[in-house]
Design a protein around this ligand. Sequence first.
Ligand SMILES: Cc1cc2nc3c(=O)[nH]c(=O)nc-3n(C[C@H](O)[C@H](O)[C@H](O)COP(=O)(O)OP(=O)(O)OC[C@H]3O[C@@H](n4cnc5c(N)ncnc54)[C@H](O)[C@@H]3O)c2cc1C
Length: 401
Amino acid sequence: MLKYDLCIIGGGPAGIMAAIASGERNKKVVLIEKNDEIGKKLLLTGGGRCNLTYKGLTNKEFVSRFGKQGDFLLSSLSSFGVEELIDFFNKRGLALKVEDNKVYPKSEKAKDVLNFFKNELKKNNVTIITNAEVRDFLFKDKKIEKVLLNTNEEIFADNFLIATGGKSYPNVNSNFNGYAFSKKMGHKVTSLTPALTPIETKEKWVSVLKGVSLRNVSIKLNKEKEVVGDLLFTHFGLSGPVILNLSQRIKTKDKIFIDLFPNKKIEELEKEFLDLFDKNIKKTIYNILSDVIPLKLAAVILNFSGINKEEICRNINKEQRKKLIKNIKNIEFNVIGLLGFEKAMVTKGGISLKEIDSKTLKSKLVSNLYFAGEVIDLNGESGGFNLQMCFTTGYIVAQSI
Ligand SMILES: Cc1cc2nc3c(=O)[nH]c(=O)nc-3n(C[C@H](O)[C@H](O)[C@H](O)COP(=O)(O)OP(=O)(O)OC[C@H]3O[C@@H](n4cnc5c(N)ncnc54)[C@H](O)[C@@H]3O)c2cc1C
């Protein structure tokens, strides 16, 4: 009878990392994935660019981006943290780039990350079974003995890892039985809600801006203090890191105000525009404005300000200029609500941390069971925090078996 050292359920970033790192320790590993391919969600990350991690923070600062639960990660991050992950990729030949502390593959293609992983899995003789869903676990002497697949196959192993991910983006990971298995084995699963969620706005005109992104704009939620970050317009409303990170606090009927030039006061902008218009008296206002803000947004703002796109700069009067600047500094949106699991980047909640040993990621209830990745009750901010958590927990499992 073929018996593996480690049977991994779920071929996402957490399971893949656990498989490679165990393989490198000469363990006999099987990775079971219900989709026809591993890493389907990984391909969607970072808008297809795959934001692998976030550089430049101490471990304490890093875990603070996971809220109250974050301290759980401290021990595993001290063995396999951001620098160790970067080293892992560098040593095995995946070139990286850093952009505002966010780490991406140099090619900016998630596909290249997946190909890199596939290659490493092969090099380390990991057996991959795709199109196979784990349907049940079988116990013997208080340990898991084997898992049963929908294909009727049985897989025997000394250790088992649940890395089945969360409830978000069900089209790439529609299987929630990782939670059900864990419950069956006595684990508590905390309440599951969508996190890092785009918002739907009342302002339907936003759809014309679909795909337009803005860097370092200021966002004000109701009367809260502004936060600065990158924003993305979608066909139904707003997304991008600054919105996703705020999403836990956003509710229906909230108001969101965007300032496109947070570092400039109204008076400063007025002076700058006056100079700009003076230097370009014969050019159209649309032409000039689209030099400083994206084309489609320039058209929307001119429309709001009641200024014809084709108007030449010489003809813009003081009142129009003031209106224009007011709109640039204060675009208002009314929130209809947050989008659900369908569009959430991650799941808030999961296998309770109380029953997992933070040093080994081993279950405190079943002696040969481990957890890694989003299935655990850990969710971080946007910026590479979640993938790092998956890689770290997966790697630690490999060192623990
Ligand atoms: C659109 C989008 C963009 C994102 N961008 C980023 C980003 O840039 N940076 C970042 O840090 N995070 C990002 N995230 C979050 C990140 O993708 C997740 O945190 C990460 O994929 C979770 O990894 P995982 O291995 O835990 O689970 P998953 O990636 O969900 O993988 C779990 C796998 O388990 C399989 N599975 C489930 N149940 C079974 C079963 N019973 N039998 C067999 N197989 C099973 C699933 O099919 C799935 O392939 C993004 C998420 C989304 C949706």
